[in-house]
Design a protein. Structure first.
Length: 280
């Protein structure tokens, strides 16, 4: 009987782990990844999603099983068994969460550090540089432990000249200025595969620059200029959202980042550059 119970528990645990890994690998709840550090963030999210699925399904199964197995039978008016405790069970349900929390904490800290979370607020270029330093093959190899979780197949972005852009956040808009080209725009236009460095400042209250497809969110604090770097990897138009409550029209403080192919970006620069006049 003891052997049968052990085999049943091991079989159920194996099925639970495989179910969690399958869900984490096949159920995608994130928007499309369009920056060089998206794969790093996505690998963490999918690992957490796998663990969360295992815990949720396991707890629900045990709860439903207990409701049916230990329900009061019809006509049974006696008291339940007086069970004082079960030391092995208490050790198991304490050890498993402890190991999970420790693993998640260490792994999350590693991802947070690789994405630039431990650098100074005004020097987030490390976020982009660390992501670019990790080849796509490395991200794919590490994710194979979780059944292929990750962004395998993403090409590593090319490293070139950094494009500086000055970002001004105010109630209730983002203004983008290109100092090299003397262009001011209500939208952010960047070339794919080139590192972009945003020099951000707020004119009134705290705002936040958030592009879900880039996996980037950075507070913009008045009186404290902030530098945020990223490399877009996929051409397209993506929403920029203010993710910090900044006033009554906070919900309307939105813009777009348009990622161009290099040739299309050059054409945009030429089309929007101010016409120089020569006086004689």
């Amino acid at each position: 009987m003891q052997i049968r119970t052990t085999l049943t528990v091991l079989t159920a645990a194996t099925a639970l782990v495989l179910t969690g890994l399958w869900v984490g690998n096949n159920v995608n709840m994130l928007p499309i990844g369009a920056s060089s550090n998206a794969a790093t963030y996505d690998s963490l999210f999918k690992v957490l999603f796998s663990i969360g699925t295992m815990l949720f399904v396991g707890i629900v199964i045990m709860l439903v099983y207990s409701l049916f197995k230990f329900r009061r039978r019809s006509g049974d008016l006696s008291d339940g068994l007086a069970i004082e405790g079960n030391l092995p069970l208490e050790i198991v349900w304490t050890a498993i969460p402890a190991v999970v929390v420790l693993f998640v904490g260490i792994y999350s800290y590693d991802i947070y550090e690789r994405m630039g979370g431990m650098v100074a607020l005004n020097d987030h270029s490390a976020m982009d540089h660390s992501a670019m330093a990790q080849p796509a093959m490395q991200a794919s190899a590490s994710s194979r432990v979780w059944g292929g979780i990750g962004a395998a197949g993403m090409d590593a972005p090319s490293v070139g000249k950094v494009l500086p852009v000055e970002v001004t956040a105010m109630q209730f808009a983002f203004i983008f200025h290109y100092p090299d080209a003397n262009i001011t725009s209500g939208e952010l236009h960047v070339p794919a595969g080139q590192s972009v460095e945003l020099h951000m400042e707020a004119k009134d209250v705290i705002h936040a620059f958030w592009v879900p497809q880039f996996r980037l969110k950075q507070d913009i604090i008045p009186g404290q200029p902030t530098v945020l770097s990223f490399t877009a990897t996929r051409a397209g138009s993506y929403p920029i959202v203010c993710a910090e409550l900044c006033g009554p029209y906070h919900g309307g403080m939105r813009s777009n980042v348009v990622v161009h192919e290099p040739e299309a970006y050059s054409a945009w620069l030429q089309q929007n550059s101010p016409i120089s006049t020569t006086t004689t």
